[in-house]
Design a protein around this ligand. Structure first.
Ligand SMILES: Cc1ncc(COP(=O)(O)O)c(C=O)c1O
Length: 341
């Protein structure tokens, strides 16, 4: 007891080290670690919302976030509206008296849409609501939502923070210490916490976050530009491309455009599936944000839960998590997969 630790669900020294580090990276009052990104999201919403409350969610949120709101939290009386968060008048119009949260993801999974965090914070705060930013794609190295006015940053630490595809974890960082205290209460009461070893894996990943993110950004920028000129590619989604609708906002609020790139295959779903099956350096897998490059078909994999919903993704969409390998090897791999697709 003298050490301040009585039971490992309530707290343990390795998790405290991770939580202290996460709070520092985001400039927050408190960081809290969870067993997964979804565990972090669920504990956060059930701490901040009550039955009858309403949440605005992005029109192209991560499929699991959409499923949490549409299939689970809706059963407990928490309502949601999906809105294009790049359209600020539409966000204002969707606000209700009961709106407790604006839930923002920027860049989004899988379409790499950009939302203006400062502008959304203003809309939320005018209505006495709070702004949550899922900062998984950017990581705190590229974007610090609290400094832009958000109240909460949420992460799947499974991705860039962990960085090696060997751990599942989540995190929440808040600017208000009272909210931090309420969340710590829920974290212990609900118990969706990471074990000490998983906490250590995330901490170990964070040691190289900066160098990894620099390389992810450099490689993804080159891959996105190369894809833009290929006839088998109809549209490329990457905020670093000057033609991306969120390019200017991303340039203002991010320190780099990240490692994720999506594109529509000109030949439709068949071509998209063929490309996913032909790459050899890009491994076919669901996750993202690790040192190795991954490819996936969101419609059949990560975003299958959005089928027949307003968040359904195009069948010709392919998502790349661009790793830190030699970029020429990555482009050669995509070339052999795309040629003849
Ligand atoms: C943007 C985003 N948020 C949250 C999650 C959920 O995280 P986890 O898989 O760690 O539960 C994911 C997972 O892919 C994600 O991409």
């Amino acid at each position: 007891m003298r050490s301040g630790y009585e039971y490992s669900r309530t707290g343990n020294p390795t998790r405290t080290a991770l939580e202290t580090c996460l709070a520092a990276l985001d400039g927050g009052a408190r960081g809290l670690a969870f067993a997964s990104g979804m565990a972090a999201e669920d504990t956060l919403v059930r701490t901040m919302c009550r039955p009858g409350d309403h949440v605005i969610i992005p029109a192209d949120a991560y499929g699991g976030t959409y499923r949490l709101f549409s299939a689970v939290l809706s059963q407990w009386g928490i309502e949601h509206t999906a809105v294009d968060l790049g359209d600020l008048p539409a966000v204002r119009a969707a606000m209700q008296r009961s709106t407790r949260l604006i839930w923002c993801e920027t860049p989004t999974n899988p379409l790499l849409s950009i939302a203006d965090v400062a502008a959304l914070a203003e809309i939320a705060h005018e209505a006495r609501a709070r702004l949550v930013v899922d900062n998984t794609f950017a990581s705190p190295y590229l974007q610090r939502p609290l400094a832009l006015g958000a109240d909460v940053a949420v992460y799947s630490t499974t991705k860039y923070l962990g960085g090696h595809s060997d751990v599942v974890g989540g995190a929440v960082v808040v600017s208000d210490p009272d909210l931090g205290q309420e969340l710590a209460y829920s974290q212990n009461a609900v118990g969706a916490v990471p074990g000490a070893f998983d906490s250590w894996l995330v901490l170990r990943g964070i040691k190289t976050l900066g160098v990894r993110m620099e390389r992810h950004c450099a490689n993804a920028g080159k891959v996105a530009s190369w894809l833009s000129g290929h006839p088998a590619v109809e549209t490329v989604f990457y905020p670093g491309l000057p033609g991306h609708p969120g390019h200017d906002v991303a340039g203002r609020q991010m320190d780099g455009y990240g490692g994720m790139v999506s594109f529509l295959a000109s030949g439709g779903e068949r071509a998209a599936l063929k490309i996913c099956s032909r790459t050899q350096v890009f491994i076919l897998a669901e996750s993202l944000g690790g040192v190795e490059s991954l490819i996936e078909h969101p419609g059949r994999m990560t975003h299958a839960s959005t089928a027949n919903s307003p968040l359904q993704v195009a069948a010709s969409l392919v998502r790349l998590s661009v790793g830190i390998e030699d970029v020429d090897d990555l482009i050669d791999d995509l070339r052999q997969a795309l040629d003849g697709a």
